[in-house]
Design a binder for this molecule. Structure first.
Ligand code: GLN
Length: 282
């Protein structure tokens, strides 16, 4: 039977709604648009189109995956961040809107020649910054080779691969040189918070990228202990933090000897980024 996209969408929405409740209608629309190869905001005008039985089963398969709580981004293979769509997979943290706060802050400083991103994941922060700073060179590190493959594919897709290198590393291990801008969105969820995460996140996103365990601050301690050796004297470092970690993270960098440490909020008004300046950038 040939059906219109509209009929198929209605059935899919009903199925999904029974499984996940709120958000089912929006998610079903995103999946239908993805299956039809149209932008989500163009979907309404495309809904009267007939779709083939093969397309119907593709869509139903996506709805079933979402009904099992799999994130939309893993089903479509992409997630929008800053000015681009990034390829994502189960090997990388999904880029989050609050991380754009870090990108925005980076743009308020002098244009860097060199940028280091610790725990680059999908590469979303580093590649967005290289897009904004056309003369900069970047290095992205990650413990996960699988994540770095995704980052590399994103660099190629965005035509930035000639200005970036990726290396497997535990924070600064094996990194050479000093950088004008150092950024990181390290794992910061506490062991206790992990217990109350939604299934979409806990069962589908890499735990290595989400949490260092314990009080969630281990990454900041490691980074703070080595940061001075990698930051240019006029450099700046920006770290995303959990909204309750502002004071602790400011204290960690202050105790490591950095004189200029500041706390910045995201658009939701929550503490989100700690900025650290080098000795010649006060
Ligand atoms: N830098 C990537 C991001 O911000 C990955 C961060 C991570 O894996 N903790 O999305």
């Amino acid at each position: 039977m040939i059906q219109t996209a509209s009929m198929v969408l209605r059935n899919g929405t009903r199925l999904l709604s029974a499984a996940i409740g709120d958000g089912a209608s929006r998610d079903a629309r995103i999946l239908m648009a993805h299956m039809m190869g149209v932008e989500t905001d163009r979907l309404t005008v495309e809904l009267s189109r007939m779709i083939t039985p093969t397309q119907v089963s593709q869509f139903e398969h996506m709805i079933k995956r979402r009904a099992m709580s799999e994130p939309i981004s893993h089903i479509t293979g992409k997630r929008a961040f800053w000015k681009h769509d990034f390829k994502v997979s189960a090997d990388v943290l999904d880029p989050r809107p609050e991380t754009e706060t870090l990108v925005e802050l980076a743009l308020t400083g002098a244009a860097p020649e060199t940028i280091l991103d610790l725990g680059t994941g999908s590469g979303c922060i580093l590649l967005s910054l290289l897009g904004e700073f056309p003369d900069a060179q970047g290095v992205g590190t990650d413990l996960s080779d699988a994540a770095l493959q995704v980052a590399h594919q994103n660099a190629v897709r965005l035509n930035l691969s000639n200005r970036v290198t990726f290396q497997t590393a535990n924070w600064f291990d094996g990194v050479a040189g000093r950088f004008n801008l150092i950024v990181s969105n390290p794992p910061y969820i506490t062991a206790k918070e992990m217990e109350s995460l939604s299934t979409d996140v806990r069962d589908f996103e890499p735990h290595l990228a989400l949490t260092p365990g314990g009080d969630g601050l281990a990454a900041y301690r490691s980074i703070a202990s080595e940061l001075a050796g990698f930051m240019a004297p006029d450099g700046r470092a920006l770290f995303e933090i959990g909204y309750l970690q502002g004071k602790d993270v400011v204290d960690i960098f202050s105790a490591a000897g950095f004189g200029a440490v500041s706390l910045h909020k995201d658009l939701g008004g929550q503490d989100r980024v700690v900025a650290v300046s080098g000795p010649k950038n006060r």
